[in-house]
Design a binder for this molecule. Structure first.
Ligand code: GUN
Ligand code: ZN
Length: 437
């Protein structure tokens, strides 16, 4: 039986391009209607134009006064680090050794993995994030646990087993061949199973031998529609370490390039200490950067350079990097991205931040037309934002009729409290309070 048509009336916001680089990229329907059929977007536009096209039996949910937009996409996050969010350390490498590795060792235990995945996915949905590119741990069971929980919710998630065969505790170490064999088994089990997708996940160059990076590159060539994710040029100490470990590479990014790991569907977290040659390679290869401002400021890693990234035309997205990041909220992440850009002399309009957290993420993953937008046929993952969610937001947003100011206030003052409802394929997955019919 067809599930029929449901429509949501409210202020619609979505993008058709990057408003930082193209004109007319923002779609805003102040009195809008989102029409959903069988979990997919059927139409999005002005209420006045679309209401007449609805069949008489269609249900219309009234969300006037609120914003309806595609669910947020977090392109870099570690689910096993949920319990160590907000752990203090002077720099990336001590933070990894003191908190991260001990926390990840607990994911040997499948029960722990399953329970953490459950909490993690609930927290993402509460914050309005409907898709993410996720690190699991070195244990293949941590991936099974995560995908099983995502499958149960019907969310589109991209996740992978960490590959790490050196410079880490013994209890977290795989081998070059073993790690890649386990990854291939997971690809066969999960990639394209329902909405789940696999990402080949060498942690970062220092924790993989050249043999492991070589095999990871070969695996990526064998499965071109599988994703790749890693970290690059996050802290200066890390960059120096990579130079010692790979003296023949031109740069840190060049290490990955040499193993065939730069391509479309490859996500590089941080990209702070790149040079312009690296940025050009990012753009030409189709790889994308995941900018993680709350993590970069928290760990003191450095300031992402928007100006140089834009000059090179790099594919950009926004990410939390929890547990290095300090919030699951993409609104909080926009707030800090804005300030990081500001410090580098770049002005990030609110429209662009919302683009980066929706369509920008989808494009960076090669998933435009699937998630991140309201084009007909897109999967209907969307959120309802309440511009009156807190007393201060209500007071500030009452002062303006201007879209940019409204979005800016949401980005600067908003967090999980601003997310009234989260929908997965047109079904309510999470709500602050029971929504009125
Ligand atoms: N570099 C290598 N591993 C990690 C990690 O878990 N978090 C962050 N932020 N950087 C890393
Ligand atoms: Zn990370």
């Amino acid at each position: 039986l067809p599930r029929g048509i449901t429509a949501w009336r409210g202020s619609l916001l979505y993008f058709t391009d990057d408003p930082g680089r193209a004109e007319h990229a923002t779609r805003w329907h102040e009195d809008g209607l989102l029409v959903v059929e069988d979990g997919h977007v059927k139409a999005a536009g002005d209420y006045a134009a679309l209401a007449a096209t609805l069949p008489s039996e269609a249900v219309v949910q009234d969300r006037r006064g609120k914003l309806i937009l595609p669910g947020f996409i977090d392109t870099h996050i570690h689910y096993p680090q949920t319990d160590i969010i907000a752990s203090p350390a002077p720099d990336l490498l001590p933070w990894l050794n003191t908190y991260t590795f001990p926390a990840e060792s607990r994911f040997r235990d499948v029960g722990r993995a399953r329970e953490t995945a459950r909490f993690f996915l609930d927290e993402l949905l509460r914050c309005g994030t409907t898709s993410a590119m996720v690190y699991c741990t070195v244990h293949p069971e941590s991936v099974d646990a995560f995908f099983a929980e995502s499958e149960a919710r019907g969310t589109r998630m991209v996740a992978g087993k960490v590959l790490m065969d050196r410079h880490c505790p013994d209890f977290l170490r795989d081998t070059a061949e073993g790690g890649v064999r386990e990854s291939e088994e997971l690809i066969r089990r999960w990639h394209g199973c329902g909405r789940q997708m696999y990402v080949i996940t060498p942690r970062f160059a220092p924790t993989s031998t050249p043999e492991q990076l070589q095999l990871a590159g070969e695996l990526a060539r064998a499965y071109p529609d599988v994703f790749i994710q890693t970290h690059v040029a996050e802290s200066q100490e890390e960059v120096r370490w990579v130079k010692d470990l790979f003296p023949d590479a031109r740069s840190y990014l060049d290490v990955y390039d040499g193993y065939g790991l730069l391509r479309e569907r490859a996500m590089y977290a941080h990209c702070i200490w790149l040079d312009d040659d690296d940025r050009g390679r990012m753009t030409a290869s189709g790889a994308a950067a995941a900018h993680c401002p709350t993590s970069n400021l928290f760990l003191g890693s450095g300031l992402f350079n928007f100006e140089r990234a834009d000059a090179a035309g790099m594919h950009l997205s926004l990410a939390t990097d929890v547990g290095g990041g300090t919030s699951f909220s993409m609104l909080c992440t926009m707030n800090e991205a804005y300030k990081v850009a500001r410090m580098g002399g770049t002005y990030l309009p609110a429209r662009r931040m919302f683009y980066l957290a929706t369509l920008g993420g989808a494009r960076s993953m090669g998933l435009e037309g699937v998630i991140g937008g309201f084009a007909p046929g897109c999967e209907a993952d969307f959120i309802v934002l309440d511009p009156k969610a807190t007393p201060l937001l209500a007071r500030r947003t009452a002062q303006t009729d201007d879209l940019e100011e409204l979005l800016f206030a949401l980005a600067m003052l908003g967090d999980d409290r601003a997310v009234a409802e989260t929908y997965i394929k047109g079904e309510l997955a999470c709500a602050q309070t029971t929504p009125e019919p």
